[in-house]
Write a protein that binds this ligand. Structure first.
Ligand code: PMP
Length: 395
């Protein structure tokens, strides 16, 4: 056995949980990602999806993806810089810039590679990148690729952010990077206060709207729009893999900043461009956001109903203000066990353990779609009460 194999064969964690029958990952779904999915011949209620607007199986989006595939084929066989730019990429960029209220936008093949490619191009040697300690992994990877000094503050603690800003050289770029909606806990960044600090310390702000688009703001324009601070946010990024029912991502900002990124963000220049199908699907989703406000209203109605029911039933759900509802377990083994018990009762939820959260904060993540019915939520909550009680998580 080579050194590599010998070293990696010591990684026993998955086997340990597999032997106990509670390993919760890579579960196969053999249907569309809807409120109900088929798994191994069994119907399961899906409460683990990021498809907040419930559009992944919408006929109009499917038709748009098929039409684009027929016209442009299945792939672009090149990067945006060279032969991979289609007219629909450019049109989507214009639509996204207008949608989030910025001059211009760039579309990437995934949201992950937006953060990974853009963040290191915004702050370099002698500058600072300042992150919330719960920021998404793609932000962490993006900042690690930068030569800037890396600073972190305790989740949503504005005094801690101010202390970090005070450490910075006044003339250096100070880039504050935050998720608008924290993807595991469902709480919001305090953008109004971050904007106040930005102005006080002459900093810049980059907001990741992955979980904010579709859900918050006018017609789903995001949390920056919801707080009315779009103008004071320097860069807004988003992904197509959640409410937009596709795959891909974008960054939007001022003309000159976007022009710099267009020619310097490595995942924009050196990564093959997004597929015609995914691009057309995202365009159609934006169109639906704008023309069907009742969808966003339905999402909030079912979210508020679920929040109330979880609270009344005694679940610990933290500070969430979104369709992402964390059900705290605070024990890794029990988090896996309750995920398995719920699955056996026909409810799909996601376990969240370190590094996605702190060791004492393990939870299961219950997420809503605009298309969930009250009956589905009632069924799931009854089952979850039973499973949480069985493991003594809920008294
Ligand atoms: N940012 C956040 C906050 C996310 O939750 C995710 C995906 N989970 C990403 C970025 C990466 O986006 P994608 O998966 O669409 O590449």
């Amino acid at each position: 056995m080579g050194l590599l194999q010998e070293k990696l064969s010591k990684f026993r964690v998955p086997q340990m949980y597999m032997e106990r029958g509670v390993y919760p990952y890579f579960r196969e779904i053999d249907s569309a990602q809807d409120t109900e999915v088929m798994m191994d011949g069994k119907k399961v209620l899906m409460f683990g999806s990021n498809s907040y607007m419930g559009l992944t199986h919408d006929q109009r989006i499917i038709d748009a993806a098929i039409a684009a595939t027929r016209k442009y084929g299945t792939g672009c066989a090149g990067s945006r810089l060279l032969n991979g730019t289609l007219d629909i990429h450019v049109e989507l960029e214009k639509e996204l810039a207008e949608f989030v209220g910025k001059d211009e936008a760039l579309c990437f093949s995934t949201g992950f590679t937006v953060n990974e490619g853009v963040i290191p191009q915004l702050a370099g040697r002698g500058d600072y990148i300042i992150c919330d300690d719960r920021d998404h992994a793609s932000i962490v990877d993006g900042r690690r690729l930068s030569f800037a000094t890396q600073l972190k503050y305790k989740h949503n603690d504005m005094d801690a952010l101010e202390k970090e800003l005070q450490k910075c050289e006044p003339d250096a770029i100070k880039l504050i990077v935050v998720d608008s909606v924290f993807s595991m806990e469902g709480d919001l960044a305090n953008l109004p206060e971050i904007v106040r600090l930005k102005k006080k310390y002459n900093a810049s702000i980059y907001v990741d709207e992955a979980h904010g688009l579709g859900v918050f703001g006018r017609q789903g324009r995001g949390v920056c729009d919801h707080f009315g601070v779009t103008e004071d946010i320097d860069l807004i990024m988003g992904t197509f893999s959640k409410s937009l029912a596709s795959i891909g991502g974008f960054v939007a900002g001022d003309k000159d900043v976007i022009n710099w990124l267009r020619h310097n963000a490595r995942s924009y220049i050196f990564q093959a461009s997004n597929t015609p199908a995914a691009t057309a699907a995202a365009r159609e989703a934006i169109h639906i956001f704008k023309t069907e406000p009742e969808r966003q209203e339905r999402l909030w109605k079912i979210t508020n109903y679920s929040l109330k029911r979880f609270r009344e039933s005694g679940f610990e759900i933290g500070e969430t203000e979104s369709p992402i509802i964390p059900l705290y377990v605070r024990d890794t083994d029990k988090t896996f066990e309750v995920t398995k018990l719920a699955f056996d009762e026909g409810v799909f939820i996601n376990p969240v353990i370190p590094p996605a959260c702190a060791p004492q904060d393990t939870l299961v993540r219950f997420a809503l779609m605009a298309t969930h019915t009250k009956e589905q939520v009632d069924f799931a909550i009854e089952k979850l009460i039973k499973c949480f009680k069985q493991l003594d998580i809920l008294k």
